[in-house]
Every structure is written in structure tokens, then in C-alpha cells.
Unconditional design. Structure first.
Lengths: 369, 389
């Protein structure tokens, strides 16, 4: 009895020691910063972590909660090494990983890793978990059940069960956050006679006040502070490039929310335009403004510059740039500067952007207005 | 005496058959020419293939008996993979998977795994189009990492980037040249910290550095800037413009710049002498190759052009089965190249008009440059890595 107690005590002590040993190296990895700061210490700490028992995997994954993307990668690589060895030895702590996955307080990135590990260890367990991920905070995890709903809808179509297909595709669209799946589902639903409101689904801002053209000669307009950067007076007119610049109202009819300066102002070159809109938030909250634009651009929220990008005509796509921001309750003013350059090739005609407000998972935040 | 002779003969044998590594884009000194005595020969067949879980047009590199290759997977190519395979049988030694911290947008033809990794023989440095950079030892131990777009927020190109890093005497030189926050940096290979960082022309650039005569030659639309690898200090500067896609090659006493066709340069400290220029030697996407006393260029129409290294005079033209995104490589007296349709071609450049000796159909899209090591050739696609022998 006494011996048993001593053994148990020793085991517990060893286990506690192991846990204590890992917390320090995990903190070291979490401390890495820009420009390689902390790399030397992180390299040493990483070696300690990859020697841990596979049972420590959830703890290492937990280290990713709130970590910066560099620290996440250090930890992700360590998890990979631990998991490879655990899988080979059939020691992956599947149930602990399932518990980790189910706890949505854990970071989306870490939970995605947990799900992948569960899938590698036991595809059936992952399969059973998949439907529970439909409303998951992680858009990566939502992909799996949405893919299943697309399959289910297609299977229903083959059986000529239109109602079941509409139901599956509709549920899929409501949950989908990735453009490829949204496009597929919207097409399927429309083919089945259903209405799909893509601007609302994505949360594109469709109505703006716009003003142009200011000069962007020699691309100098990007850095020039034209009047809209100093004041938003929508009844004002300013000296523009070869003509007066005045504010006009513009509402996009493009279902991907393109705000096209060429429409109200003509196909100008070497010009700068501005677009402004008010977004009424129901609460103070963190958000992301996501913009797609192939022109030079700047975005301000309530007078604060969020980001500026001086690249021209290299391509645009949905959510090309994600700008974390803080919305305040009530009116928030968003100002976009969009610069067209001097190129004359056919593929440089576009002078436009698309912009949406969403949360970090890509779920649209709809304005009160 | 007899023993000494035998030892000498044996050491000669060892030297002649020595295995040489292929440590970076276009191999030894970025010349694309194998330094091995043992050459792959003509009658090449697929020895093995290994499946890859993601896309990529980075070239494989070879260190000893290990082949390293990168790829990117996921709906937005956010997952970055670094693989190590056994050269002998294609079995996987290790894999590391990380996540992008930079932007993943690229032209559909290219992908996030576009930059070829490099090695100093002890470490692997894997850079991706997202500007994520990882250093491993040969056994997959993560030594350090960087997120260069996380560090420098406007360092990206919406068409994708592909500049491959080079490592010289303890300094890793990485380029991120684009329309916005364009730079080159020399990093300490032990820590990944900046030793130096220089602004570069604000213009998209897909060329890779050439290490030649103890300098790193950085090519851009403005020309070629040669810097000391340890300090980034300018050694010489050629400012008559250069291509932003195919990269130059330095060998012997000249640097063959992809500038107004090909321009042969003899740079010295602070000055650059032009030896010759041939504007008709106009490479398409593939970088030029110097083999023996000739330079070979694949133009945009898929025609291989042989020209004199002495004066740039054209010797012959040979139409190949194109189009090409990858560059030619060479070993012994053979040139090897793969077209975009996956047709691997073995060329005899000493035949009077050049001759294609052999074709191997890989039956997949191939946009990359092969690697040569151990008498074998390694090629990759978006889904496979092949060993040809």
C-alpha cells in the first residue's frame, strides 16, 4: 500500500514536472516577434517541446491560443513532429484532441490542427464530428460540413428530390464562408429557382458617395492629401484634374459589390478618386474591413488610416486584404482612396474596389442602416 | 610505392565519381550545370515518384542522399509544406507543415510554393511566395522562421513572387522585389536576423540572384547590382536594364546578363565592361545556360539557340516541344529540359544542329526546373516528385 502510494506520488510528480517543463518553452515560442526577435531562444525551446510525451499535444496546441502568427507556426511545427511520432506509435491522444476541438474558446488555427490530427488517427471519429462544425467559428472547419451538404444536395438532385436538394444547398450556403463553396452553392440554388442575395451574404457595402478626378500624374496622387482626406463635405466641389471634382451618389448593382469609378467618372487615367460611406454598427466590436482592389488604395475608418497599398494592376480578388479594426456603436465613416495609374493596356482599365465588413471568420457584419 | 599508386588511383576514382549536391535554383553557383563526373546519360526512365499534397513550381534540391521539395495546399494555398525524401527510393524522411503569415494570392498559373529552397549543405532554407521563410537542419529540426510580409506589411505581389534565396558564407540572401515595399536582405543563417537590408526598385521582379566571383548579383528591371554577401555593400552596378523573369548566369570571367537579349559583362570593382551583346538571344521564361564554350537560350517560341560564349554569334537553332516555364539544366554533354506539358527532353548540344535524343512523358503539367545529383534527375509537378535515372 505504502509502495503503491509512493509510486503514484512519483508518477504525479513526474507528470507535473513534465507539464511545468513545457510551459516555459511554450512561453518562449510565444515570445517571438517581428524580424526574427526571439528566434535563438525559440530554436532551443522547440527542441524541448518535440521531445515531450504525445499526451502533451493538447497543451502545446493550447499554446497557440492568442499567439501571434509566427509563434503559431513554431508551435504548429512542434505539434507536427509530436503527432508524427504519436501516430506511428499509435499513441495519439484522440479523445483529448476531440475535447480540445470541441472547446471553441481555443484558437481556430489550433482547432484546425486538432481536427486534421483526429482525421489522420481515426477518419471515422472525424467524420462523426463533421456535422457539428457547420456553425463553427473557424471558416476552415466549416468547409468540411459544407462540402458534405454539397454532396448531399447533389445526391438528392440525382434522385430528383428537389426539396431535399434545396434544403441541403440552402443550409450549406448559410454556413459557407469560402468563396469557392459560396459560388457553387449559389449556382446550384439559382438553378433550382431559388433567390440568392450574395451582397448580403458577403456583407458588401453597396452605396457610396464618390468624388473624382484628382491628379495621379507620375503616381504622385497616392501620397497627395486631396481635400476629401481633410474634410468630408459632400456638397463641396474642388479643382480636379482638368475638371471640377464633385461628390456623386453611387449604388453598385454588381453582386460582388464592385464600386466602379469608371461608371460615374468615365475611363480616366492617372487619376485619384475617393468613396465614402457610413456604416452603423449595433455595438462596439472588433471587426475586419476586407478590400479587393487592383489599383493603389488607402482606407480610413473614422479618420484613422488602416492601410495603404501602392500596387497597380497585379490582380484583385475577394478579401485580398484584411484590415482588423474596431467599430464603434453607431455611425462609422469609411473612406477609400482609389488611384488609377497611367497604363493603357486593356487589362489596366479597372478603377474599382470591393469592400465588406465582417468578423475575423469572414461572417458578414450587417449595418444597422 | 605500389600502395601509394593504388591509393592515388582510388582517391582519383572517388573524386571522379563523387556525389555532388544540387543546393539551390539552377544548382551549383546557379549555373544549372552539374559538377559531377557521373552524369544521368540519355536513356532515362522514371526510377520512382512520390506524391505531393499540394501545388508548387519550386525546384527540388538535393543534399547528400536527401531530396527536399516544397509545396502549398488548401483552398487558398495557406498550408506550406517542406518535404525530405530519400533519394534512393523516394520514401519520405520527414515533412513539416506550417501556415502562411503573408498573402497567398498568385496568378493561377503559379502558386505559393514558387521559390526554390536553398542549402549550405547543413541547413535548408525554404522561402515561399507568401514571404514565409523557414530554416531546418537536414533532419527537419526547425531552427528559425521569419514572416517577411508580417515584418514588412507591403512586401507582396498579387501575381505571386518566385525569387529563390541563395546562401553564401553564413549569409542567406532573400529578395522580395515588388511594386510596393521592395527589398533584399542578408540574414544570419544561425538566427534568421537581418545582417543588412536594402531597398530595391519598386517593380515586380521574379528573377533570382546569381552568386559569382564572391558577389551576389541582383537582377531587376534597372540592371544588375552586385553586392557583398556579408554586408550588402555595392561592388559594382550595371544599370542598362535587365529582364524581370529569366535570370542571368555567371561563369568563368563573365556574367551573361539577360539584358537586351544577352549581354556579356566583365565587371570589376566599381566598373562594368561590356564584352558583347546579342539582342537576338532573347530568352522567354527559361534562364540561359552556359555549357562548355557556348551559351544556350530558349526563346519565347520554344526554340533552343546555341551561341558562342566568346562573341555571342549564333551557331544553330533547334525547335523543341514547348512551351517552357522551367529552365534547362546540363550534365556532361547533355542538356535536359521539361516543357509545360510534362515532356522531358534530352538534348545533344554537340550534334551539328543540336538533336533531341530522348523524350520522357511525365503526363502532368510541369512548370519547374530539374535538379541533378548522383547521376539522376529530379523533377516535380503540382502533384508529384519524380526521379529519372
Amino acid at each position: 500500500m505504502k509502495l503503491k502510494f509512493v509510486c503514484l506520488f512519483t508518477l504525479a510528480a513526474v507528470s507535473l514536472q513534465a507539464a511545468a517543463d513545457l510551459s516555459k518553452p511554450i512561453e518562449t515560442l510565444r515570445a517571438v516577434q517581428k524580424e526574427g526577435q526571439g528566434n535563438e531562444a525559440a530554436g532551443q525551446a522547440w527542441q524541448q517541446i518535440v521531445k515531450a510525451d504525445p499526451a502533451a499535444l493538447p497543451e502545446v496546441l493550447k499554446g497557440m491560443n492568442g499567439a501571434n502568427p509566427l509563434a503559431e507556426n513554431w508551435l504548429r511545427a512542434a505539434v507536427g513532429v509530436l503527432a508524427d511520432e504519436a501516430l506511428q506509435a499509435k499513441k495519439l491522444p484522440v479523445q483529448a484532441l476531440v475535447a480540445f476541438l470541441k472547446d471553441t474558446h481555443n484558437s481556430p488555427g489550433a482547432r484546425v490542427v486538432a481536427f486534421d490530427l483526429i482525421h489522420r488517427a481515426d477518419a471515422k471519429v472525424a467524420e462523426d464530428l463533421t456535422p457539428t462544425l457547420l456553425e463553427d467559428p473557424s471558416s476552415d472547419l466549416r468547409r468540411h460540413p459544407v462540402a458534405k451538404l454539397i454532396e448531399a444536395g447533389n445526391a438528392a438532385l440525382e434522385k430528383k428530390d428537389k426539396d431535399a436538394a434545396v434544403s441541403a444547398f440552402g443550409k450549406g450556403l448559410a454556413a459557407a464562408r469560402d468563396e469557392d463553396q459560396i459560388k457553387t452553392l449559389a449556382k446550384k440554388l439559382r438553378e433550382l429557382g431559388q433567390k440568392v442575395d450574395l451582397p448580403k451574404h458577403f456583407g458588401f457595402l453597396m452605396s457610396w458617395k464618390m468624388i473624382a478626378p484628382f491628379s495621379n500624374a507620375d503616381r504622385g496622387g497616392f501620397a497627395t492629401e486631396y481635400p476629401p482626406e481633410k474634410e468630408l463635405k459632400f456638397d463641396a466641389a474642388y479643382e480636379g484634374k482638368a475638371k471640377e471634382a464633385k461628390w456623386v451618389d453611387f449604388t453598385s448593382t454588381d453582386e460582388y459589390g464592385k464600386i466602379d469609378f469608371n461608371k460615374p467618372f468615365g475611363m480616366e487615367k492617372s487619376v485619384v478618386g475617393y468613396a465614402a460611406t457610413d456604416f452603423f454598427s449595433t455595438e462596439d466590436r472588433p471587426a475586419e474591413i476586407r478590400i479587393g482592389c487592383k489599383n493603389g488604395w488607402k482606407v480610413w475608418l473614422n479618420g484613422e488610416l488602416l492601410f495603404a497599398r501602392d500596387e497597380y494592376h497585379r490582380g484583385a480578388k475577394l478579401d485580398q486584404y484584411k484590415l482588423p479594426c474596431q467599430l464603434k456603436k453607431g455611425k462609422n465613416t469609411i473612406l477609400v482612396k482609389c488611384c488609377q495609374n497611367e497604363q493603357t493596356e486593356q487589362w489596366t482599365v479597372e478603377w474599382e474596389f470591393q469592400l465588406r465588413v465582417c468578423d475575423a471568420t469572414g461572417t458578414a457584419i450587417l449595418a444597422k442602416n | 610505392m605500389k600502395t601509394t599508386s593504388l591509393l592515388l588511383a582510388f582517391s582519383f576514382y572517388l573524386s571522379a565519381s563523387a556525389h555532388a549536391d544540387w543546393l539551390q535554383f539552377r544548382g551549383p553557383n546557379a549555373t544549372a550545370v552539374s559538377s559531377e563526373a557521373k552524369t544521368p546519360g540519355d536513356d532515362l526512365k522514371v526510377a520512382w515518384s512520390a506524391d505531393l499534397p499540394g501545388r508548387g513550381l519550386s525546384a527540388p534540391i538535393v543534399v547528400g542522399d536527401r531530396v527536399f521539395v516544397t509545396c502549398s495546399s488548401g483552398p487558398g494555398q495557406e498550408t506550406l509544406h517542406v518535404f525530405c525524401f530519400n533519394a534512393a527510393d523516394g520514401s519520405k524522411r520527414w515533412e513539416r507543415a506550417m501556415r502562411t503569415t503573408g498573402r497567398t494570392m498568385t496568378h493561377p498559373k503559379t502558386s505559393v510554393a514558387a521559390n526554390t529552397p536553398c542549402s549550405d549543405g547543413e541547413h535548408i532554407f525554404a522561402l515561399f511566395s507568401s514571404n514565409d521563410l523557414f530554416a531546418f537542419d537536414l533532419d527537419g529540426k526547425l531552427l528559425w522562421l521569419r514572416g517577411l510580409t508580417y515584418d514588412y506589411a507591403n512586401a507582396s505581389n498579387s501575381l505571386g513572387m518566385s525569387q529563390s534565396p541563395v546562401v553564401v558564407d553564413g549569409t542567406l540572401v532573400v529578395q522580395s522585389e515588388n511594386d510596393s515595399e521592395s527589398f533584399v536582405a542578408g540574414l544570419d543563417v544561425a538566427t534568421g536576423r537581418n545582417k543588412w537590408k536594402l531597398e530595391r526598385p519598386k517593380a515586380a521582379n521574379w528573377t533570382s540572384a546569381t552568386v559569382w566571383k564572391n558577389v551576389v548579383a541582383l537582377q531587376s528591371s534597372k540592371g544588375i547590382l552586385a553586392v557583398e554577401p556579408a554586408t550588402g555593400k555595392t561592388v559594382w552596378d550595371y544599370s542598362d536594364g535587365a529582364s524581370t523573369i529569366p535570370s542571368s548566369v555567371g561563369t568563368g570571367e563573365a556574367l551573361y546578363a539577360v539584358s537586351h537579349g544577352i549581354t556579356a559583362l566583365a565587371p570589376e570593382k566599381g566598373a562594368v565592361t561590356q564584352l558583347w551583346r546579342n539582342e537576338k538571344l532573347n530568352p522567354g521564361t527559361a534562364s540561359p545556360l552556359v555549357l562548355g564554350d557556348s551559351i544556350y537560350v530558349v526563346n519565347g517560341a520554344g526554340v533552343l539557340i546555341k551561341a558562342s560564349l566568346k562573341n555571342g554569334d549564333e551557331a544553330w537553332k533547334l525547335r523543341l516541344k514547348g512551351p517552357f516555364s522551367g529552365s534547362p539544366v546540363a550534365a556532361g554533354k547533355r542538356i535536359y529540359i521539361v516543357n509545360e506539358r510534362g515532356i522531358f527532353q534530352v538534348i545533344d548540344p554537340e550534334a551539328p544542329e543540336g538533336k533531341v535524343l530522348k523524350e520522357v512523358e511525365l503526363k502532368e503539367t510541369v512548370l519547374t526546373t530539374p535538379a541533378i545529383s548522383g547521376g539522376a534527375i529530379y523533377v516535380r509537378s503540382d502533384a508529384k516528385l519524380w526521379k529519372l535515372q
